[in-house]
Design a protein around this ligand. Sequence first.
Ligand code: BG6
Length: 481
Amino acid sequence: MVSRVIPVEPFDLVIFGATGDLARRKILPGLYRRFCDGQMPAEACIIGAARSEQDSAAWQAQVIEAIETFVPAAKRDATSLNAFCARLAYVAVDAQGERGWADLAARMRADRVQAFYFSVAPSLFGALAERLHHFNIARQDARIVVEKPFGRDLETARALNATLAAHFHETQIYRIDHYLGKETVQNLMAVRFGNTLFEPLWNAQYVDHVQITVAEEVGVGGRGAYYDTSGAMRDMVQNHLMQLLCLTAMEPPARFDPDAVRDEKLKVIRALDPVAPAQIVRGQYQAGVQPAYLVDVENPVSRTESFIAMKLHIANWRWSGTPFYLRTGKRMKARKSEIVIHFKKPPHSIFDADAGGRANVLSIRLQPDEGIDLRVTIKEPGPGGMRLIDVPLDMSFAEALGPEAADVPDAYERLIMDVIRGNQTLFMRGDEVEAAWGWTDPIIAAWEAKGDRPLPYAPGSTGPEEAAIMLHRDGRRWREI
Ligand code: BG6
């Protein structure tokens, strides 16, 4: 296989919230793996910044512990761990005060790419942006990285955008949606726009419907307090599923460059029809081997949904009349995320009515076992006459491309390196985020006005029965999870 290593410029990366959960679980292990892959130039420096008073040695010890916890033993060794730690420095800063900023300024070097990762609560984004400006730390070409949740509705998202825009230009702002960093999500673009085969069929004339599923086995566990104020709509649909929908449905961009791609995604969100309540099923998981949602979030009267299934229409020439069914939930039967294109049956069958045969189905699997599978109709082998069966043309990336392909970089690793490269293609633009909230807000407002409880579903299931009924009414079925 061709080497995946694309070198980056020397950089100073400052991680605000360096002692927090995301830094520990994702950002630092990801950076270590990039370091081991030879992608971090010798002059690169990672500066941890957080409120706690401690020195660099103490933070390095925490980072080692995090890497030992989150990077498999086969992928790490003491020598590289020590060499990685030599790149790490720590500065105690007060996000809203004076402490530490002069120290941070002194550590930043003029001839390096500058990136600031705001791995903190969104309420601190404004303060950090202002402090970086006030202490003259961030240069004109510095990059800032911000995490979801990016607002909880259109109004708060607009306010956040305005806060950041007060000190940074849009070309400097990298809003992360880690789903865009997943290998198969990018492969969706390669499949659509790198082949002649699919794009001519990628429209309402040939596609019967599309299903996008992101099913999780885990519950809301230790994140109950956050999740209960969010729910599946804000936590997953407004961002991750919306991004998958956009990449599936968008027009071919003129170039694979940030604004060309993001312009096309934005057009999809703007073309979404409002969704009627009958086209949405909200669910909440009950008790099973694990406690119920209400116990997990410690709120016995919660009406927050841990499952959503919905039917969407995109009102444009390409998709008019083709429904997109979206579904996501916690504590479901299995962890499985996929985008499935169900093509129409051939317009006329030349075979006997009882010959069999099904419409083609293309599935793009995000996780687990990333890959692409196309079901095609063939003749059943043997002398039994013309009987049709459908067989998979299945390409598991791991099988087709060798073991290295199974070791795809984590979404965060890839996205952080894109920040250093200055490539915004896989990051959300401010207007995209606002458009997604603009579409989501009326749906949530209607639920809140009605005050209905979500429908119960058994943990380990595929969600409430009503989600299946919604498709049955249309003469369709969900794919197996
Ligand atoms: C996060 C959500 O953004 O994505 C979580 O806040 C969810 O609730 C997670 O579990 C899913 O990500 P992945 O990469 O595990 O599919």
